[in-house]
Design a protein around this ligand. Structure first.
Ligand code: XMP
Length: 511
């Protein structure tokens, strides 16, 4: 197989590392994020066409500040340093890094040297996003200043003979309007990339590689109906057909009609699909439980039990499929963040299922790339564009005890909300949206009667990766329609609340 071109991003602890990677992938170039401690030898083995040094929170003068193997600068590979990356390059090569008079944060006017290849096809005067306390005050010898702002005289530097470049601002964020083009210029003008990263060829190559790996062995996949597990299953199905068996555990905590919809998608593809209707078991285990973490643990445990019992019936399997995607891989490589919630992924890894090896066919892909592969494989748009849905389902959208009445109430209200948002054309713009049961009762009046009923909360957020989120500015007429319909169509609801909490401090889900 032809070696695809690769760009490396060396991570110095940047908040934006995933964004850099996404910008490069969007330009059709495959890239990977590696720890900044990588050696020149390892880099050489990977033969990247270019290297990007990310930003990071450190100061180059600190003793424990992350360093770069200096030999990497002599490999003849073009290097672009961003923020801390640029300061580190400057510092290593004899320039001067200093503390700015004020912490610079926000949008700044930017003046570019238009003749430089990094700024090809850009306006000479544009704007950029700055976020730094230290900056490169004077560049190393042999470096030209190619960009400046009023407060940052060395916003961009270049040494064309060494092919080393640095930007003090962040080209990867949307607040640098021409930043994507700068990244493209780095890739195509300075690294001579060809853009060979296409989802059609990814799918073809992956199917071929899976065929070879699996041979005539058996594969087991936990299907949740979410995008990742569905695309992973479809890819493997295309490779080995009926050697794949999918187990879909319906825990009774899915959205309205979701179980049937998932089954219908795969029914048309000659799939070995086992649907286990396990709702009674889950409801019984959750009876009387209102603590959020307890709920999550119970659902995780029950899911594994059901999954194990079904897979045992099949006799041993050789491979187990995981729908891991690239952001999971990057996140897990970087220290341990505080546990806010114990996430449970349906389709997660059971301890006692008998298998030889795990296959993760999507571990190199970002979410938007997974969706693209799904489309290439012929999965329907409403599955491919499906919003994220948590493994524990609506159990964590019911505050307090879970009862069948409450589940039905949330499913109905949620169905109305999703339908109206879709009809208003907001389905793709809003990242995630759902209804929740607040556990609160309040007084109302309907007709001439006093009511004392439940309040439903509507939650809709915009986000890039779910790590941070903002509440969506849904037009009032849409909210009005949703509220009217919920009050009129869902029994025992007399109040609808719209949640205007961002993340942080809130989380997206309620529990
Ligand atoms: P939070 O509530 O932590 O959610 O802000 C962030 C994103 O993760 C989803 N989520 C989960 N996904 N298993 C999952 O597969 C889980 O247990 C889980 N909990 C939250 C949530 O829907 C949002 O997209």
């Amino acid at each position: 197989m032809k070696q695809r071109e690769l760009v490396l991003i060396l991570d110095f602890g940047a908040q934006y590392r995933q964004l850099i990677a996404r910008r490069i992938r969007e330009a059709g170039v495959y890239c990977e994020v590696k720890a900044s401690s990588i050696s020149a030898k390892e880099v050489q083995k990977l033969q990247p066409k270019g290297i990007v040094l990310s930003g990071g929170p450190s100061v180059v003068y600190e003793e424990d500040a992350p360093k770069l193997d200096p030999e990497i600068l002599n490999l003849g590979i073009p290097i672009l340093g961003i923020c801390y990356g640029a300061q580190l390059l400057g510092h290593m090569l004899g320039g001067k890094v200093e503390k700015a008079a004020h912490r610079e944060y926000g949008k700044k006017e930017l003046h570019l040297e238009p003749s430089h290849a990094l700024f090809k096809d850009l306006d000479q005067h544009t704007s950029c996003w700055m976020s730094h306390t230290y900056y490169l005050a004077s560049p190393p010898e042999g470096f030209a200043i190619i960009a400046e702002t009023d407060t940052c005289p060395v916003a961009g530097v270049a040494n064309d003979s060494k092919q080393i470049y640095g930007l003090q601002f962040h080209p990867e964020v949307v607040h640098t309007p021409q930043g994507s083009q700068m990244i493209r210029n780095f890739l195509f003008e300075l690294c001579a990339c060809k853009a060979d990263w296409k989802m059609e060829s990814f799918a073809d190559n992956a199917i071929m590689a899976l065929k070879e790996k699996i041979g005539n062995k058996k594969v087991l996949c936990g299907l949740s109906g979410g995008v990742d597990s569905s695309v992973a299953a479809m890819l493997i199905h295309k490779a080995v057909g009926k050697q794949l068996t999918c187990i879909f555990v319906d825990h009774g905590l899915l959205r309205k009609n979701e179980g049937d919809e998932v089954e219908a998608v795969f029914a048309g593809h000659d799939f070995n699909l086992i649907r286990v209707n396990a709702q009674d078991r889950f409801y019984a285990a959750l009876h009387g439980v209102s603590d959020p973490e307890q709920k999550r643990k119970i659902i995780g445990r029950e899911f594994i039990h059901v999954f194990e019992a079904e897979s045992k019936k099949l006799g041993g399997t050789d491979f187990l499929v995981q729908g891991t995607i690239y952001p999971d891989v990057i996140e897990s490589g970087h220290g341990s963040a505080a546990v806010i919630k114990s996430h449970h992924n349906v389709g997660g890894l059971p301890d006692h299922v008998d298998f030889e090896e795990i296959i993760e066919p999507l571990r190199d892909l970002f979410k938007d790339e997974v969706r693209e592969v799904g489309r290439v494989l012929g999965l329907p748009d409403d599955l491919v564009d499906r919003q994220p849905f948590p493994g524990p389902g609506i159990a964590i959208r019911i505050i307090g005890e879970i009862t069948e009445d409450r589940i039905a109430l949330v499913q109905e209200a949620d169905h109305i909300f999703r339908e109206e948002l879709r009809l208003a054309g907001l389905g793709k713009e809003v990242w995630q949206y759902f209804a929740a049961f607040t556990g609160m009762k309040s007084v109302g009046v309907m007709g001439d009667e006093r009511t004392y009923s439940h309040a439903v909360a509507l939650r809709a957020v915009t986000s890039v990766d779910g790590m941070t989120a903002d509440w969506a500015r849904i037009p009032f007429p849409v909210l009005e329609r949703v509220s009217n319909r919920i009050i009129n169509e869902v029994p025992n609801v007399n109040r609808v609340l719209y949640d205007i909490t961002s993340k942080p401090p809130g989380t997206i889900e309620y529990e």
